[in-house]
Design a protein around this ligand. Sequence first.
Ligand code: PEP
Ligand code: MG
Length: 611
Amino acid sequence: MTNRGNNQLGRTVVPQGTGVVLQGIGVSPGYAIGRVHLLDRRRMRVPKYHVSPTELDAELERFDQALNESEAQITEIKSRLQSAGEEHFLILDAHLLILRDEMLVDGARLIIKEQALNAEWALKKTVKSIRQIFEKIEDEYFRERRADVDFVGDRILRNLMGSAQPALSQVLPDAVIIGHDLSPADTAFLLRTHVLGFATDVGGKTSHTAIMARSLELPAVVGVGQLSEKVGTGDMIILDGTTGEVILSPSPELLRLYQHKQMAYSARRAQLDLHKTEPARTRDGVTLRIAGNIELHEEAMILLEAGAEGVGLYRTEYLFMNRETLPSEDEQYLHYRHVVEKCGDRGATIRTLDLGGDKFLNNLKLGRELNPAMGLRAIRFCLREPGIYKAQLRALLRASAHGELRIMLPLISGLSEVRAVKVLLAECRQELAAAEVQMAESVPLGIMIELPSAAIIADMLAREVDFFAIGTNDLIQYTLAIDRANEHVAYLYQPLHPALLRMLRFIVDSARSAGIKVSMCGEMAGDAFFTAILIGLGLDELSMTAVSIPLIKQVVRSLDASACRALLDEVAHMDDAPEIERYIAERLPGLLGGAVPTEVFDPLQHIRSHD
Ligand code: PEP
Ligand code: MG
């Protein structure tokens, strides 16, 4: 959902006539105030000409040369990041794979040979046709992977045209980077140049770039439409990474207002950070475990440094993307082991593959589905492809020998799926035991509660598994029938809809009665507006993106669990989500008792942003 996570701090009311305000999706909180550095890749004119038969070999050679140069450059950036201790260099491996991908390399070579066209044009045509394949993919995350193909294509093109050095090397320290899109390599580079933040025309919350921005606490806004066409290098600009607002040519007063907000925000966040490793215990002694969500194994360290008490959700499907072949069992094992070892006693909950429909690798040739959200997704896909699934289960069991690992199943709709996985797990255990492979004696098995059917039979499911994790992103999508990625129905994204409140209560009560733990790992868990209600519900754990952890911990510490339970009882009688939100917004300041500064969390701003 495009506005998910935008509402944590709410929106500033920008006075009319003081600057041009554009609305994007805030993907990483904080303010960036500075001068635009425009990266406009699209303006590069690609020449087209025919190559004579006698020059064809030389043209192919020129293309190969550009591939080699591109490979050397990406490898160099990767090793610089690696030696600087940056954990994100692994994303560049995906770019190296794309660079040597058959579809790209052979496709362009064929056009050069058969159509006698120059290498630049052949490359442009090939990238375009690969892009078209990606564009047909409905899943937002996978569709965004087309950007990686573009970035690699762009680099090869620049090498062919002799302008390989992107303008990033000349970026000034107070720059706010604006581009149509940024590659993860660009983003990683930006960190070294200490820019203030970035905004892009396209993108969503799940792009690698957004993920990196969040985990590195660089304010960022994506999906701002035609921003890169409206600004020029040197223009003044303000980004609000929380609300997604981008202000062009701000007036001096507005600039002062935001400078003030930024200073206050940074000072408050620094204060919060001082307590990030302290437990999240309410004033009356109820402790919640605050864990973190990761998409890539190398994010585990960043998460733990942000104060996470373990990994609450590792979305392993990211390991299967940006590539033509499936990761082997050994490769998976190394990734899972890395996370488990980093977490140590704190534990890691690793979710099995949540892929589906046509959102998958090209080589699996799954048919296009009319309604992929309700199609062959997640556990359904895995049970249909036991070969692929068992490789993952075996990798997980092997990783369990190295620490506290829990296995979590996505999109469970009923008991038979859980039982089917148990059978596969038992087979994997036997196979590994026969080969004398080490693994933990028992590995807790839990499920995501993210379908209404699972929520309604939570009492039955609770008897079958070791823990629950509530995936509100999907639970809200499926309960209220709103496509997560469709901005036209975004206004119906109501985590406190009475139907959801009833479900949440039932899920938590069912877990309690069965004596199992229940966590929440959807975006709702990392939104401070909902923390009091989640405490009132009695959740054991909240799992969220790293950047939310210090604030949520502080909010928990400022609240009284008994007052939260009373608040929940009061709203449970109300019949309308906006009314519930208004009531909570009015009550929260009193409940928090001034212990959470409004610069980092203002409950009233939350409802203002919906008006
Ligand atoms: C969810 O649905 O809330 C969840 C955490 O899973 P994902 O966002 O990966 O679908
Ligand atoms: Mg989900």
